[in-house]
Design a protein around this ligand. Structure first.
Ligand code: ZN
Length: 522
């Protein structure tokens, strides 16, 4: 807490843990690192980087972030057992500031049907978990999963015992998004009043958005004394998502006369961070999303022009610059240099090394030959689809592609792939259309068959020569896989996305993570 000025609310970002668990939001290691750096630059206090015991991928990501991203406290989730806590401890070892987060469900429905444990066992397990975590780390958070549906007296007992055992942050999650602002505030107020030692620890809120109330519930918790809010960029998360970071932060800031609280967030980084996450995951933000949606500001809509021109505040309670909306969409082109590109990358929230900028610049030059104007979205797409945050090893590479289609002809594709062993294989296939024919030819070469579940094409930016982004989802006997690819030619883009999926299957890196769902999390 600062000595002067308003009291601080801790912003605990769980985009990389709770957010990443949502279907379609999984990220690879370079993407997670890039996001973690953006979160550091945004000014969040705590980054929950993953659930170390959930999978080797999670463990590695937490360890890499702990090593490379300094400033915020890095946190890892654990169930109340030795294996999980030890995994978190190991993954976090190199972080200058670290936190172990342990959780255990407390509600009757979770006790009876999930854990099959009596109340006394829950208390013992919680105390043991917190104690063990505290032996490994001075900063320990404890979450009472499904707190919002737990009997108040029992909740108070568990919380009090967790504090005695050494927890320094007490999180009271509404895991299933069931609470209403008033009932949630009453729960927290009850704990404030009845739990011994609660004033020595930080009380935290973690709300899900199943009824669209995650932000409202979180703020109601802050009103009665919670001083940590757990949230995610763009509100991503399981089911309907978590409380949205940008909405929490801007509500606290815009209505500071009511809250009299501050955060460490640099609000002008909100929009770039939101864009970065959307680009990296492919989960785009709805246009009317509060704070970061394309239509969030009146000046975009055009309908209030007259009022806006005479007096901004007529329709705007926040200024677009405050949340980092670019004043104008800067356009780059064929003659733009590396310096201009680098400046744009920084403004867009990408923290890249010189060698990485060089790579993006090479791709930029190639694109500039095909496309007159290059917009921010094109630059973002180059980073996300290029070698920087894109794929690592591949089993097959696209060497050549040609298709024929037209009225009265049978659509055909001829495709040549080069395998990791250097062999070049070519196949021809017919299909319902040129895209289908490409997919069939790739299936023939790779010897794998999949079922296409979803196929979408969207234009990345403006203009007739805009790049198309192809997103596909396929089902294979080993799981569901997703991929995206970018091209000014949608048939080539489709083939590349399909090939990316086949590479993932060949290299056995499923995109959905059934292993993480060993049991639900707070
Ligand atoms: Zn959650």
């Amino acid at each position: 807490m600062s000595e002067s000025g308003p009291e601080r609310v801790i912003i605990f970002d769980t985009t990389l843990r709770d957010g990443e668990q949502s279907p379609g939001a999984s990220m690879n290691l370079p993407q997670k690192l890039q996001m973690a750096r953006a979160l550091r630059d945004l000014g969040v206090d705590v980054i929950e980087a993953g659930f170390a015991a959930a999978s080797p991928g999670d463990f590695e990501a937490i360890r890499a972030i702990a090593r490379e991203v300094h400033g915020p406290t890095i946190c890892s989730l654990s169930r109340c057992n030795q294996g999980d806590i030890e995994a978190s401890h190991q993954a976090l070892k190199d972080a200058p500031r670290r936190r172990i987060h342990v959780f255990l469900a407390t509600s009757p429905i979770h006790r009876d049907f999930k854990l099959k444990m009596a109340k006394e066992e829950i208390v013992c397990r919680a105390v043991d978990g917190v104690r063990l975590a505290r032996e490994r780390c001075d900063d320990v958070e404890f979450s009472t999963e499904d707190a919002a549906r737990t009997e108040l007296e029992f909740l108070a007992e568990v919380v009090e015992r967790a504090i005695e055992a050494g927890a320094t942050t007490l999180n009271i999650p509404d895991t299933v998004g069931y609470a209403l602002p008033q009932t949630y505030a009453e729960t927290l107020a009850y704990l404030k009043k009845h739990v011994r030692g609660i004033d020595r620890v930080v009380m935290s809120v973690h709300c899900h958005n199943d009824l669209g109330l995650a932000v409202a519930n979180s703020l109601a918790g802050v009103m009665v004394g919670a001083r940590q809010v757990e949230c995610t960029v763009n509100g991503i998360g399981e089911r309907a998502g978590n409380a949205s970071l940008e909405e929490i932060v801007m509500a606290l800031k815009t209505r500071s006369e009511v809250f009299k609280l501050s955060t460490g967030v640099r609000t002008e980084r909100l929009y770039p961070t939101s864009r970065l996450l959307a680009q990296v995951t492919g989960m785009h933000v709805q246009r009317n999303k509060a704070v970061v949606g394309q239509n969030a500001f009146a000046h975009e809509a055009g309908i209030h022009q007259h009022g806006m021109l005479t007096h901004r505040e007529t329709y705007e309670i926040m200024r677009p610059e405050e949340v980092g909306f670019a004043k104008s969409q800067l356009v780059l082109g064929k003659h733009s240099g590396r310096h201009a590109l680098k400046e744009r990358l920084v403004a867009l929230g990408y923290a890249l090394s010189d060698a990485q900028v060089d790579k993006v610049f090479q791709d930029f030059k190639v694109l500039a030959d095909k496309k007159k104007d290059i917009y921010d979205a094109d630059i973002e797409a180059l980073v996300v689809h290029g070698q920087i945050l894109g794929k690592g090893n591949v089993a097959w590479e696209l060497e050549a592609l040609s298709t024929t289609s037209g009225t009265g002809t049978m659509p055909c594709a001829s495709i040549a792939l080069r395998g990791a062993d250097g062999n070049r294989i070519q196949e021809v296939a017919a299909g319902d259309g040129p895209v289908d024919a490409c997919f069939k030819a790739i299936e023939k070469i790779t010897g794998m068959t999949v079922k296409l579940r979803d196929y979408q094409i969207a234009s990345v930016s403006k203009g007739e020569d805009a790049q198309g982004e192809v997103s596909i989802e396929v089902e294979h006997r080993t799981g569901v896989y997703r991929a995206r690819a970018l091209s000014t030619d949608i048939i080539e883009g489709s083939a590349r996305a399909f090939l990316d999926v086949m590479n993932r299957i060949a290299l056995k890196g499923p995109q959905t993570k059934p292993d993480l769902r060993m049991e639900p999390t707070p």
